[in-house]
Design a protein around this ligand. Sequence first.
Ligand SMILES: [Zn+2]
Length: 83
Amino acid sequence: MRIPCPYCGERDVQEFVYRGDASPVRPLGEDGFYEYVYLRRNSAGVMREHWYHAQGCRNWIEVQRNTQTHEILGSVFARRVAL
Ligand SMILES: [Zn+2]
């Protein structure tokens, strides 16, 4: 699988470290923290995922990928601030 890094361009998946689902937002207080840490959806289809380009630019990126076909629909830098 090839992953398009926004900084380096398209690279082999072996250069990256997979972190997981990028959609959960860390809660500010204790309410919802258990769900944030332990309860994740395992949905088939298009997901936003965090990947770390460990053997490249060392940026965290957010990749939109179809988990059934492994088709990658796009990627952006994962620089978001908690709301
Ligand atoms: Zn990169």
